[in-house]
Design a protein around this ligand. Structure first.
Ligand SMILES: NC(=O)c1ccc[n+]([C@@H]2O[C@H](COP(=O)([O-])OP(=O)(O)OC[C@H]3O[C@@H](n4cnc5c(N)ncnc54)[C@H](OP(=O)(O)O)[C@@H]3O)[C@@H](O)[C@H]2O)c1
Length: 255
């Protein structure tokens, strides 16, 4: 264990993949500081319990779909004495519709865009100065192959996929914009992970494409396995990885 730790800021840390990332980064080194965001500490018993066990975890409130909430980040970080952040992990996201394009309403599209595309970008705008204060400068965005323009997933993912494709577009831009400041901006696909989000997708796949369901049903990762892979690849990223789309195993994906 290293004698100096790193500071991580992870959105959506109360359940699923985010919760496991918080857990594993806190456990990796007791000198690490892990800031875990949740929309509601009162509804995040497991995270609050984890923060009692690992005192290097700090829980803060954040709704990535609400600009007023995003504006509270500075005050909340000041209260816990955070001046710099090494690694930002934008993990919070939603997938609430598996309707085909002809049936997807503007409200569904806009909600996915607000939470999955704008949310990560607006939160990053706030976190930028904290990353600049350190030399690590890693900005990791949990994206998805559902947003790939070249790998078609046989399920209705028009709103969710569009929001992740749109996020990826801005990340390609951001990686170039911040290259001279030695930032490492990376979209990552966490694998197909058995979380609340994926349960709904799996039930949908079973209904609309039983053949694909048979092929994927036994290959779902646990959040622990996905986070294990992500932690290892995130720790290993260097400047040469800036702007590349990776999966949790460190394999390069096409946008
Ligand atoms: N599971 C998969 O197979 C898979 C595959 C590819 C990509 N991903 C991506 O992985 C990330 C994590 O997904 P997951 O599978 O762990 O899903 P999950 O279990 O449904 O967890 C989603 C997390 O995002 C948070 N969140 C949702 N809306 C938010 C908002 N407006 N503000 C702040 N937090 C919000 C949730 O908080 P609440 O508890 O308050 O709702 C929760 O902590 C997402 O970005 C997802 O798109 C997942």
């Amino acid at each position: 264990m290293s004698s100096t730790g790193q500071t991580y800021f992870i959105t959506g840390g109360n359940r699923g993949i985010g919760f496991e990332l918080v857990h594993q980064f806190a456990e990796l080194n007791d000198k690490n500081i892990v800031i875990a965001t949740t929309r509601s500490p009162a509804r995040s018993e497991e995270l609050v319990e984890l923060a009692k066990k690992f005192t290097n975890i700090h829980v803060i409130d954040l709704d990535v779909g609400d600009e007023k909430s995003i504006d509270t980040i500075d005050d909340q970080l000041e209260k816990i004495g955070i001046k710099g952040i090494d690694t930002f992990i934008s993990n919070a996201g939603i997938s609430t519709s598996l309707a085909p394009t002809l049936e997807t309403t503007s409200a569904i599209y806009l909600n996915h865009y607000n939470i999955n595309t704008l949310g990560p970008i607006l939160v990053f705008q706030k976190i930028y100065k904290y990353l600049l204060a350190k030399e690590t400068r890693k900005a990791i965005f949990v994206s998805s192959i559902a947003g790939s323009l070249t790998n078609f997933l046989p399920l209705h993912t028009t709103a969710y996929g569009q929001s992740k494709a749109s996020l990826n577009f801005s990340l390609i831009q951001l990686a170039k914009e911040l290259e001279s400041e030695k930032f490492i901006v990376i979209p990552v696909h966490p694998g197909a992970v058995a979380t609340d989000m994926a349960d709904a997708a799996i039930a949908h796949i079973k209904e609309v494409n039983p053949e694909f369901y048979e092929a994927v049903k036994d290959s779902m990762l646990t959040p622990e396995k996905s986070a294990e892979g992500l932690v290892s690849v995130i720790e290993g990223f260097t400047e040469k990885d800036n702007g590349i789309f990776y999966d949790y195993k460190g394999e390069v994906l096409s946008f």
